[in-house]
Design a protein around this ligand. Sequence first.
Ligand code: PLP
Length: 447
Amino acid sequence: MAQLPNSLEARDSAVQLHSYADARLQEETGALVIDRGEGIYVEDINGKRYIEGMAGLWSVAVGFGEKRLVDVAARQMEKLPYYHTFTYKTHGPSIELAEKLIEMAPVPMSKVYFTNSGSEANDTAIKLIWYRSNALGQPQRKKIISRVRGYHGVTLASASLTGLPNNHRSFDLPIPQVLHTTCPHYRSMKKDGESEAAFAKRCARDLEDMILAEGPDTIAAFFAEPVMGAGGVIVPPEGYWAAVQPVLKKYGILFVADEVICGFGRTGNMFGTQTYDLQPDMMTLSKALSSSYQPISALLINDDVYQPIADESHRIGVLGHGYTGSGHPVAAAVALENLKIIEERDLVGNVRAIAPLFQKRLAGLAENPLVVETRGIGLIGAAELSHETLAATPGALGAKTNATFQEKGLISRNMGDAMAFCPPLIITEAQVNEMFDIAQSSLDAIA
Ligand code: PLP
């Protein structure tokens, strides 16, 4: 992409350091400047339209341009643009949203703690877990297990939970309290002749072996996404969760379900927890919570987690944690309205109705010789490309395919050589076909 002097692209490259980009390449090529959005589409500053096949960052559930969210934000801005939830103060929108989340929660939850991003929600979860261990007189119980290829954010602690090399390399992470167990990706992790069922059991055994090697009374919690997203859309093998959960129960290890992507419909139920029959003690939510119209996230904790924390704060005199923006009234009002839209328009029902076509078209990409595997559930999926076919460097084919999709009017995201699809939940069958027609013709052009 040529960057004309004083163009928005050139001005951007001059002043912004971007996330998940090679900064030198960015200086050279510039970024795509998006200007507006409507439904499942966005438009760049030159008026070119794209299908937002990733719903932004797995997040714009109700689509772009939803007027009800704009109106509710404006009304809340006028009434009370800001207030906080520190030190015996609160406000209506945060109360209503917390009530709504407790009501919607798929397992009994006791309290909601508001944060501003998925990373902060997971970071807060770790801090509260440590606080609780201390409260229970178990100061040694501080280790946390997450999984290779899991994604939980980028703060010091949540990036440590994340099991991806680029989030650790040159950042001096992970922190020593965090350990990573086996990634449940059958195709890449299975042993010769191992069935999917046997592989699922081995994943649970690996987890138990790690717990035993570390000492069960040193392990505080296990963090996992019901379906891994940014690690490449890894759908767990049959029997995986049924094998893993009893191990956690056996050693009294808290289970934190990171529902930041799966939450609010993505997998065909309101929560991934329901899709996989999970029993988490804590849940983290963000993204589709507000369709990312406002930055907001939430940590839900059950009573068993809450009570020792409450005792400890009473003993010390304060729970010394909080963000200026925790439960921000505009973000909370927008999230509440967004959840109303998700329910009123039955977007979970739409996911179920559209998923068969979405998954069929995704699976159809495997007819292309570049595609070695497709995987997905509900309205989330990925097509894994074989990087050995055309380009020797892992990720190069993914990046090239991403560029071709973009040229043809589809925004996807390549996680290495896995092309992700995670459109707004309002997508129609015709739009699913439009999206995969572009993907298919792009892959055909490259193969
Ligand atoms: N957890 C999951 C499952 C995510 O996918 C993400 C972001 O993609 C996060 C946590 C971190 O959220 P944020 O980028 O809002 O910090």
